[in-house]
Design a protein around this ligand. Structure first.
Ligand code: ADP
Length: 432
């Protein structure tokens, strides 16, 4: 403004001087020309500013006279605001991403419990679709009376356990409400279906172990009480020996159960198998010797063993899995049956250990359950041959710890084949 005034004043003085020197008309003419030039220049500058206002993100126009001093601070302020908005947006995005990444579900609700926002996990837990369910009451989504009661009592220090049926699948969810901000609420959801299942499995397991140990213990106690209550010389020697033999068998059975349970617990508590190159051909040969002793000449043994084939893994674990499949083949194959053991390299570089028998076979409905602890397809035969019902559960663990696969094929009454497929990455060769 000051600049404009001094320009006009200077021009007025010049015009006055011209007027005095060449006459008043020339002086006024020069003054009018000066004013016209000023008006035209200002008009052009305003035009430039108008253009800039349409896109204020761009740098302001240069050489706009007195406007330079006004536009520069405005542009600086605009730039600062833009940067602040960008930083805030980045923070907001980060918060949203963190909320999305939460392993728990989160739903924000306003004062009247209508849905404002939810993360992906909450959508899955509650079957929510934010596009259609935003601004819906949460009670239209979680429709159980327990949740309505929980929300209204406002005693939210403990979560509420709900069993929700979603597309035919039962889910166990923990729901907890928390007030926050200005009268809003946060609903946190957690899927505890697996935890509940594990708890049930644990309870079943304890019940099963107690049951398994109770039977031999009862027999053992029965004999001990009989021996205690009978006069020393009233029991014929032959019968005493028979009783003692039976007691020994029951004690051995309990010992086998406890030992298998300990093996299982060790396998479950250490996440991975140690890794050394194991000469599996030797491990199989040793297991075969023990199997032949157990068979006592009652079965025919056929073997195809690749002596060059090793496996990277834990030797004792592998020996237990290999021995277990062989022992089972003998126990579930009647006299004169054939047991074929093979250890071969496959075309794709993987290797397979398999035990085929011509035994009693397994009904199709039993096959998927064989590796469950204490599951027996043939209870009578398993107990009669001293089975603990844990052998295949142990085998399954060992197999999984070696990234291998256990394959069971069987026809009821016609024999079974149990195979362990080791991945290529685990296969080693003796001469390398
Ligand atoms: P068990 O100690 O009872 O043999 P396992 O876990 O080793 O326990 O096996 C589970 C069940 O699988 C056995 O009780 C038996 O019914 C069935 N089974 C295992 N191997 C064979 C086989 N080779 N032939 C037929 N049935 C088998």
């Amino acid at each position: 403004m000051k600049k404009t005034l001094s320009t006009v004043s200077l021009w007025a003085l010049l015009s006055l001087a011209l007027g005095l020197w060449l006459g008043a008309a020339i002086g006024w003419g020069a003054f009018a020309l000066g004013l016209l030039t000023l008006v035209l220049t200002s008009g052009r500058q305003l035009q430039k500013i108008q253009l800039w206002v349409r896109d204020v993100d761009a740098a302001p126009p240069a050489a706009v006279g007195p406007w330079d001093d006004i536009l520069a601070p405005i542009y600086r302020r605009l730039k600062q605001n833009r940067e602040q908005i960008q930083t805030l947006n980045r923070h907001l995005e980060g918060m949203m991403m963190a909320a999305e990444a939460l392993p728990d579900g989160a739903v924000t609700l306003d004062q009247s419990m209508t849905i404002q926002w939810c993360n992906k996990t909450a959508s899955q837990h509650l079957g929510l679709n934010l596009a259609t369910d935003r601004h819906q009451s949460i009670f239209n989504i979680v429709r159980t009376p327990e949740f309505a009661h929980y929300a209204h009592t406002r005693q939210w220090d403990q979560p509420l356990l709900l069993h929700i049926n979603q597309r035919g699948q039962e889910r166990a969810l923990l729901l907890q409400l928390t007030p926050y901000g200005f009268g809003q609420f946060l609903l946190v959801t957690r899927d505890v279906t697996q935890v509940e299942k594990l708890e049930t499995t644990r309870k079943d397991f304890v019940a099963n172990v107690s049951h398994e140990l109770r039977t031999p213990l009862t027999v053992l106690l029965g004999f001990l009480e009989t021996l205690r209550d009978m006069p020393a010389d009233s029991l014929p020697m032959e019968q005493r020996v028979r009783y003692e033999q039976m007691m020994l068998e029951q004690a051995q059975h309990m010992q086998a159960i406890v030992s298998d349970l300990l093996t299982l617990s060790t396998l479950e508590s250490s996440p991975t198998a140690e890794n050394t190159a194991v000469p599996l051909n030797c491990v199989i040969e040793q297991a075969l010797q023990r199997a032949k002793a157990l068979s006592d000449g009652q079965h025919v043994f056929v073997t195809y063993i690749d002596d060059n084939l090793w496996v990277e893994g834990a030797e004792t674990e592998l020996a237990s899995a290999i021995g277990n499949l062989l022992t089972n083949a003998i126990r579930y194959t009647p006299k004169d049956g054939t047991i074929t053991t093979s250890w071969v390299l496959n075309e794709d570089g993987s290797a397979t250990y398999s035990v085929q028998d011509t035994g009693i076979g397994i009904a199709p409905q039993d096959i998927p359950r064989l590796t469950e602890r204490f599951y027996r397809a043939d209870k009578g035969r398993s107990r009669a041959t001293g089975g603990t019902g844990l052998g295949l559960a142990i085998t399954r663990h060992v197999v999984a710890r070696h990234q291998a696969e256990l394959d069971i094929k069987s026809r009821y009454g016609a024999g079974s084949t149990f195979s362990i497929h080791f991945p290529k990455e685990r296969v080693r060769f003796a001469n390398t």
